[in-house]
Design a protein around this ligand. Structure first.
Ligand code: TRP
Length: 389
């Protein structure tokens, strides 16, 4: 039988097969992130658009135009993204948070980070003490990117539950099993925690509105695999009386083995560079990584290589060559055969080890105050009717 192009699966709990992103957008019913919208972001951000947007890593959205209409009229928005801790972060995990950091800086938005230590316990069977420990470690890595500590808030699910639960019950009340079953592909053996969990991932979208008794728009930068959660969230926004969150979707990052998703679940730790990798590990992983190179040096000099399928080029593209002129030169020289894979790998190794050393210092600098950002008390809310009256 010929390979079936539809044989890819993208859900929050499973990503597999060769992803056709146009088809995925159609399946999910999202909008393309057009050049006109990118230009509009640049105008409102008052400067060059972040490379992750400019280079098409973020490629899809929901309601971004409406959010920007609000910005034009002077309506501020909040940012929300999160991480389900189950182990150390790898470099691709930083992408969504790096974009948030830039948006926070450019638009002065408050940032809400959700650390879902409950989620991976239910989804992956990681122990409670492990998810809690990795939650703190991952949070340090996220904050080290340079979030503004005065306007950044952290929900650490098991520790923030007193703040989250009142809104979570209002959300859960409006979600039934047949919806989550259809959206996530749950079966009778799915853990009941996971069936409830989507309610908790919705809460931060509405929390600032609920807390203040007003309506505050929210933008969520995330991998497109997280979109199913927010489809449910968006359907509930109207009934709850809150704005639908806008969403910016990224592609999944290709792994060092050249596969379509960098997910290391059940895969080799060689597939990604972890933030706590020693320089020798970085060098080894990059030297073994899949490239778009030719079989021989002679052939590559003559024909050039294929950056599109290359895991090394993907790393330059998604974070390690933020300078556009440098990135263009790498791409051009790769295609022409002027740049050979060995040299390219050597340069990337140097760049990545430099980044990791710098990052390790920054995460130690945020450690003394990271805990202060974790919301543990329920907010004192204004005397207005709650959601649902
Ligand atoms: N479910 C996400 C994960 O598995 C974590 C998460 C929680 C999240 N809230 C989010 C991701 C909002 C993106 C946006 O890592």
């Amino acid at each position: 039988m010929p390979p079936d192009p539809e044989r890819f699966v993208v859900t929050p709990y499973e990503v597999k097969g060769p992803i056709d992103y146009d088809r995925l957008r159609e399946q999910f019913g999202t909008e393309p992130l057009t050049e006109a919208l990118v230009a509009r972001i640049g105008r409102l951000a008052n400067g060059p658009v972040h490379p992750l947007i400019r280079r098409g890593i973020y490629f899809s959205h929901r309601d971004l135009g409406r959010l920007l209409d609000g910005v034009e009229k002077g309506t501020p928005f909040v940012l929300y993204s999160g991480r389900g801790p189950s182990g150390p972060l790898h470099t691709a995990h930083l992408m969504q948070f790096e974009l948030c950091r830039w948006l926070q800086e450019r638009f002065g938005s408050a940032m809400y980070i959700q650390i879902t230590d409950d989620e991976k316990l239910w989804a992956r069977g990681v122990s409670a003490s492990e998810t809690a420990r990795w939650g703190v470690e991952n949070l340090l890595d996220i904050l080290a990117l340079g979030f503004d500590r005065r306007t950044t808030h952290v929900f650490f699910d098991t520790r923030s539950i007193r703040a989250l639960y009142p809104l979570a019950v209002e959300v859960a009340k409006r979600v039934n099993f047949s919806t989550v079953k259809a959206v996530f592909g749950f079966t009778p053996s799915t853990n009941v925690g996971l069936i409830f969990y989507t309610a908790l991932q919705s809460v931060p979208c509405f929390f600032p509105s609920w807390e203040s008794g007003t309506t505050i728009p929210c933008l969520i930068p995330c991998g497109i695999d997280q979109d199913p959660h927010f489809r449910i969230t968006r359907d509930l926004a109207g009934p709850l009386g809150y704005p639908k969150p806008a969403i910016l979707h990224s592609r999944m990052t290709i792994g060092l083995s050249g596969n379509q998703s960098v997910s290391t679940t059940g895969a080799s730790t060689e597939n990604a560079i972890f933030l706590d990798d020693a320089p020798a590990a970085v060098e080894r992983k990059i030297s073994h990584a899949f490239t778009g190179g030719r079989a021989t040096v002679e052939e590559q000099r003559r024909l050039g290589a294929h950056p599109e399928v290359c895991s090394i080029w993907s790393m330059w593209r998604t974070g390690f060559a933020p300078d556009e002129a440098e990135f263009d030169a790498i791409t051009r020289d790769c295609r022409s055969g002027a740049l050979l894979c060995g040299e390219c790998k050597g340069r990337l190794t140097e760049r990545v080890t430099g980044f990791l050393a710098d990052h390790a210092r920054k995460r130690e600098a945020v450690r003394p105050w990271a805990e202060e950002l974790i919301v543990e008390e329920p907010p004192a809310r204004p005397a207005v009717p709650g959601p649902g009256g």
